[in-house]
Design a protein around this ligand. Structure first.
Ligand code: NAD
Length: 295
């Protein structure tokens, strides 16, 4: 039987609607909208597109978007001075510094300068630590979005065997922590894992976050497993065209899995929706307001 297609686009739209309602309630309670500051250094075209779509999504959800575009030649000290000003600004609830940064700037130093209470990307070590010990944390957007899709599809995840392929700080590691928090038995696989197909074959849940087009094949998938494909890879599609594919060979895996996310339209749309969600969550937490249900 063909797998159910997990519609991340529809789920993300629903989440954005719930965030908009929560932002309106925040405004009614506090007299101002939740505010997200996005900082872009340099002219990287892909980053520029991301920043623009984050700002637009913010405004659509009734939130304030504050964009700072700095020159490619910005120094680390200048960028950190801006981050500190945003930390001190009471109308800013979330701060996102778009990565990658130019080579003269150390990402880690900049992330460390962000107030953890405003770290809506969840990259600060304080938030990574809180997630690891099971305390309330701001969690990286992409893996939190994957978890939302999994829970929506499967309900209780407790006791499931989960394999996360990839161990980046942005996706793989926080994904593994989130699944552990749901009482899954979690394996983190990576580029040095031996016999990856055999490891993946154990999994009830597969999360692929590698960046290798269509690496995960159908015969790696246990029949009935749920597959979440984080990968976004652009490949040649003939006649000088390109197309996007994930890390999973979608058509063949969809014949074996019970549910699978497509690329595009699966995990991708979740990232910005969760960023908006994290901003409202951060705004309420900073002001000591109670958490919102349904986020
Ligand atoms: P990364 O390059 O930081 O990490 C990739 C991981 O894959 C590494 O931990 C590495 O050990 C592992 N790996 C590499 N080759 C492997 C192999 N042959 N076998 C097993 N593991 C291998 O990448 P990342 O930032 O975690 O992103 C992963 C993918 O997810 C990329 O395609 C990226 O574009 C995509 N991504 C998508 C979103 C989204 O919004 N949907 C967000 C972030 C990343």
């Amino acid at each position: 039987m063909a797998a159910a297609v997990i519609d991340g686009k529809a789920f993300a739209q629903g989440l954005r609607g719930r965030v908009a309602d929560a932002a309106a309630r925040f405004q009614a309670e506090t007299g101002r909208a939740p505010g997200l500051a996005v900082v872009l250094v340099g002219e990287d075209p892909a980053s520029s597109v991301y920043v623009r779509s984050k700002g637009k999504a913010c405004q659509e959800a009734g939130m304030t978007s504050i964009e700072h575009r700095l020159a490619e030649t910005t120094t680390q000290a200048e960028l950190i001075a801006l981050v500190e000003a945003l930390n001190a600004d009471p109308n800013v609830d979330g701060i996102l510094v778009q990565l990658p940064l130019p080579k003269q700037i150390d990402d880690k130093a900049v992330i460390a300068a962000i107030d953890p209470a405003k770290d809506v990307d969840g990259f600060h070590v304080v938030n990574a630590g809180r997630l690891a010990v099971g305390e309330d944390a701001l969690v990286p957007c992409t893996p939190l979005g994957c978890l939302m899709l999994l829970k929506d599809q499967m309900g209780d995840l407790s006791g499931k065997d989960a394999v996360v392929i990839g161990r980046s700080n942005i996706v793989g590691k926080p994904m593994a922590q989130l699944l552990l928090g749901e009482s899954c038995t979690v394996t983190i696989a990576h580029s040095r894992t031996k016999d990856l197909p055999a490891v993946v074959r154990r999994a009830d849940i597969v999360v692929a976050a590698v960046g290798r087009p269509e690496m995960v094949k159908a015969d790696w998938i246990k029949p009935g497993a749920v597959v979440i494909d984080v990968g976004i890879n652009r490949i040649e599609a003939g006649e000088s065209k390109t197309r996007l594919v994930g890390d999973v060979a979608y058509d063949e895996a969809a014949a074996i899995a019970s549910a699978i996310t497509p690329v595009p339209g699966g995990v991708g749309p979740m990232t910005i929706a969760v960023l908006l969600r994290n901003t409202v969550v951060a705004a309420r937490a900073r002001l000591g307001l109670g958490a919102e249900a349904g986020l």
